[in-house]
Structures are given as C-alpha cells and as structure tokens.
Design a protein around this ligand. Structure first.
Ligand code: NAD
Ligand code: LMR
Length: 343
C-alpha cells in the first residue's frame, strides 16, 4: 500500500488534493469495452498512466490487439491485455472492479443522440449481460449514447440477472462538467482547475442543466441573465459543436477520454477508501420527483455511490430548466426500460 499519485494531467473538479493524498493503492482490474475506438484508445492510455489501475483489460470486436501491444510498451506498471470478440469477453471481465463502456456508434452532423439508440441500445444490453455474468460486483461507467437511455438499459439487465446494485451503475456526464468549468474559467479569466460547476439532469440537449448559480469560485461581477442563457445553451450544445467541427468523422473523443479518466480515477479513489470524493453522474435517483434517473453530485466510496448529495438551491432560470427537461428525460428513461424488457 503506497500513496496514490496525482493523475499526471492537470484535473479540475471535486476530488480534493487531500483525498488523493490519503488514498491507498490496492490492485484494481479495470476493463474498457470498445477500447479500439475514438474514445477507447486515449482513455486506455490515460488509464495505463493511472497507478491505481494494476490490470487493464482492453476489449473490442476488432483491432484491439494492436492497441494493447502499443500501450504495453509504455513503461508504467499497469498490465495491459487485449480481448477480441464475444468469446473473449468473459475473460476480459473476470475479476474487474470497474468496467468503462464507450462501445457504440457516435453521431454525425444532423443527428441527435437518440438517433444512436437503435444500434447502441443492443450493444450496451449485451455487454451488460456479460458484466452481470462475469463481474457482477463491478462498478459500471457508461459512456455510450444516448446515456439517458443506456443507463436504464444497464440497470434493467442487471435487475433481470438478480445482481443490480444502484450504487454501482453510473452514466458518465463528467464531460458536461469539464466543459462548463472550461467555459466559465475562460469567460472569467480563472484557472480552469479551480472552477467547479455542477451539471445536473441528463446528457442530451436541454436535459443538460449547468447550475451556474452554484459555480465556484464566484467572481464579481457575475454573469448577466443574458450571459447565463448563452453559456447554458453553449454547454448544452457543446457535443454538437464538436460533431460539426469533425464534419462526419465522429464526436468528442479526446475531451471525453479525459473526462472519463477523471471519472474512473474518482471511482477508484472511492473504492480505495479515499474520503471526500464527489462527482456529478447520472444514476438511479429519487432526488427530483418524477425522474427515476438523474445526474447530480454524488459522494463516491467503497461501494460506488455512497450518497446522492442534496440539490443546492436553484435560480429561477435553473428551476425553469428543470421543468423544461421533464418530457425529454422521462421519455428517454422509459425508452431504455422498455427496450431492456421487451421479449
Ligand atoms: P467509435 O466508433 O470511434 O468507437 C466505438 C468502438 O466501439 C469501436 O472500436 C467499435 O469496434 C466498438 N464496438 C462496437 N460494438 C461493440 C461491441 N458490441 N462490443 C465492444 N465494442 C464494440 O466511437 P467513439 O467516438 O469512441 O464513441 C463511442 C460512444 O461514446 C458513442 O456512442 C458516442 O456517442 C459516445 N460518447 C459519449 C459521451 C458522453 O459524454 N457520455 C461523449 C462522447 C461520445
Ligand atoms: C458529447 O457530449 O460530446 C457526446 O455526447 C457525443 C455527442 O454525440 O455529442
């Protein structure tokens, strides 16, 4: 047991330096499902650099052997192994304490995240069935879109298998927080590592609700109502900003890998018993009546989500945002539940 190192990349957010200093390193096997993809490759590199990850399973349906061979030459202690195709999935998952899932197709310009449902819902369902069978106690971080629906799909699959623990199934929404922190820091001339903007709701369009009223630190003068509106809309559309800039070559991969590595680090710190680890994530929740799943700040610990933190006071604008997302978020959640339970 040694002190955990600070993630090499500068990172913002809710994990305090003290938490990282106090964490101990215990052997952790982590799997990335979809590891040969645009997110999977840089995410795997960042996890190879994390000393809390002692064993890294890279799984994909193709092209993953080369990714693992390449990464295995980095002189960090993490052991990397490739697994290709369904017949090797069980071995990839066996003994994992964290499974990160970026498998699935990304958007092209003109598409919504819901347009990915038909393909990605089935991919997430079959991968979660394998998790239920081979590492039922693992924490699952779901990146595959539409997150608002793929997380309920995962939960229903685990329920059917009798192994569901709501503390362990998390939709990765940390990219929304990373973006909000960056945009606020840029606008106010702050060091982005010092900024923390909670982002609640879900991960699509108007279900992404940054709580700019709760951002820290507060710099006076704060944003005008018009600036709050512009910034909120930019954060909600930031994924589309990248999709359009990539012009058909996919969606956010590098910033997503960064954000997912941050989330994975926080989960592992929690599993290792570090105190005070908080992140925003999309989980089964009773925080806001009417939503069965909801993204908000949680405290992570040895069992995954130890506590869903109370919602802070919302501004009138944010209250309206919460109302506005009702139809879409409840529809997205139900679509996931229905898909997992059909036939
Ligand atoms: P990509 O096409 O570059 O990579 C996807 C990978 O998944 C490919 O390597 C593919 O072979 C693999 N794959 C497909 N089916 C699989 C299966 N059954 N088992 C294992 N692997 C499988 O796509 P990407 O850019 O990496 O994006 C992946 C997903 O992440 C998309 O759904 C995208 O919308 C989503 N995403 C989410 C966020 C977020 O904030 N949560 C951000 C960015 C992207
Ligand atoms: C994002 O927010 O970048 C991802 O959800 C990918 C997308 O389709 O926008």
């Amino acid at each position: 047991r040694a002190e955990a190192p600070v993630l090499a990349a500068a990172r913002t957010g809710c994990v305090t330096r003290a938490a990282r200093r106090q964490a101990v390193i215990e052997a952790k096997k982590v799997a990335v499902l979809g590891a040969a993809g645009g997110i999977g490759q840089p995410l795997s590199l960042l996890l190879k650099m994390n000393r809390m990850v002692t064993e890294l399973s890279l799984y994909d349906i193709a092209n993953v052997a080369g990714v693992a061979a390449d990464l295995s030459h980095c002189n960090t202690p993490t052991q990397v192994k490739a697994y290709t195709g369904a017949e090797e999935l069980g071995a990839a998952l066996k003994g994992c304490e964290l499974v990160v899932i970026p498998a699935g197709v990304p958007r092209k310009p003109g598409m919504t995240r819901d347009d990915l449902f038909n393909i990605n819902a089935g991919i997430v369902k079959s991968l979660c069935e394998a998790v239920a069978q081979h590492c039922p106690n693992a924490v699952i971080n779901i990146i595959s879109n539409p997150v608002n629906s793929t997380v309920p799909i995962c939960a229903e699959v685990l329920k059917k298998a009798g192994v569901y623990d709501k503390r362990k199934v998390m939709g990765v929404t940390s990219l929304d927080v990373v973006r909000a922190n960056t945009f606020v820091a840029e606008a106010k001339g702050l060091d982005t590592r010092d900024v923390d903007v909670p982002v609640i709701g879900g991960h699509a369009g108007e279900t992404i609700l940054p709580l700019l009223s709760q951002a820290t630190p507060k710099v006076l003068p704060w944003f005008s109502p018009e600036e709050i509106e512009q910034l909120t809309v930019r954060i909600q559309n930031a994924g589309t900003e990248v999709v359009e800039a990539k012009a058909g070559a996919g969606s956010a991969t590098l910033s997503m890998a960064y954000a997912a590595a941050r989330m994975a680090e926080s989960v592992l710190l929690g599993l290792n018993g570090a105190p005070g680890v908080e992140e925003c994530t999309y989980v089964e929740s009773s925080l806001v009546p009417g939503f069965q799943y909801f993204a908000s700040k949680v405290r992570l610990g040895p069992n995954g989500v130890e506590e869903i933190l109370p919602l802070p006071p919302l501004s009138e604008y944010e209250q309206q945002g919460l109302e506005k997302m009702k139809d879409l978020l409840t529809k997205n959640i139900q679509a996931g539940i229905d898909f997992a339970n059909k036939a």
